[in-house]
Design a protein. Structure first.
Lengths: 177, 114
């Protein structure tokens, strides 16, 4: 699942997003997991938003297929969930994917720390807000707040990266109990 | 061996990409994880899977696979068939399970590696 999230956020960045919010919530009592990715990129009109789920539609020029959203949509569908995409030109896009927690084919979340570090190191200029909730516990991260603490030192500075990774890893491990 | 020969020997029914059935193939790949196929299948492979969503056609096109064999009596979704025809990608249908398909192809000289 972490790779799906990375894929979708890469779409956001390609659309010129400067702020990306990733929210993950596992509600075991409702047997529902929700992943939401919201960006402030260029957004899409209704026609393009409908095409976005077509695996043969892509804005990229290096290949003929765009599989990020279609694969995520299928992953939702086969695990009793759904995918919705809301977008507005000039305002951004929100992708919301839901899954049935207990479904045997639901993929694990996977190494979210790796996904987050890949995004932060590769795009330190982008404000990344991450929030993951499970069993009443929350782990959250806002790279703008971290950057404010660092001052002029970039988020992807060699001396910052290991500490940032440890912060994220420890936070996520506490969430998993 | 050509796709047509394989279809006849295994009793598989081609439902798309008929103009490409004379294509020779020497390798096969079995997986139901599209990410795995994207990472590890090679151009020219025949892909054996139970997935029937249109994404399989996109993956087959992306990886330049020779054909996709849908196992276990599964039918391609309507959009899958339409995309396969548009992309001229052979879909071969069989009642056989994946293990049987792979085993028989292997006995006929189709490899899984190399």
């Amino acid at each position: 699942m972490s790779l799906h999230i990375l894929d979708i956020v890469e779409n956001s960045l390609a659309a010129g997003a400067r702020r990306v919010e990733i929210r993950i919530a596992e509600d075991l009592s409702a047997d529902r997991m929700m992943v939401e990715i919201k960006d402030d990129g260029c957004g899409m009109d209704e026609e393009m938003a409908q095409k976005a789920l077509d695996p043969f539609f892509t804005t990229k020029t290096v290949r003929r297929v765009g599989l990020g959203l279609p694969l995520l949509a299928e992953a939702c569908r086969t695990t009793g969930g759904d995918l919705s995409l809301q977008s507005c030109p000039g305002k951004g896009t929100t992708v919301r994917a839901t899954f049935q927690c207990s479904h045997i084919d639901r993929k694990p979340l996977g190494p979210m720390a790796d996904t987050l570090m890949t995004l932060i190191v590769g795009h330190p200029e982008v404000e990344l807000i991450y929030e993951q909730r499970k069993d009443g516990k929350v782990f959250s991260l806002d790279t703008r707040e971290i950057q404010a603490d660092l001052g002029d030192i970039p988020l992807n500075a060699p001396e910052v990266v290991p500490t940032l990774r440890a912060l994220i890893q420890n936070g996520l491990e506490e969430l998993e109990g | 061996m050509t796709l047509r020969e394989a279809a006849e020997k295994l009793g598989m029914k081609p439902v798309s990409g008929h103009s490409r059935l004379s294509r020779e193939f020497t390798r096969g790949y079995v997986s139901d994880l599209l990410s795995d196929v994207m990472a590890n299948a090679k151009a020219g492979d025949v892909w054996v899977t139970l997935q029937v969503h249109q994404n399989i056609v996109a993956v087959a096109a992306l990886k330049e696979l020779a054909a996709v064999i849908l196992i276990g009596g599964r039918q391609p979704e309507r959009q899958t068939l339409a995309k396969a025809e548009a992309e001229n990608i052979p879909l071969l249908l069989t009642e056989l399970p994946a293990f049987e398909v792979a085993g028989r192809l292997y006995q006929m000289g189709i490899s899984g590696k190399g």
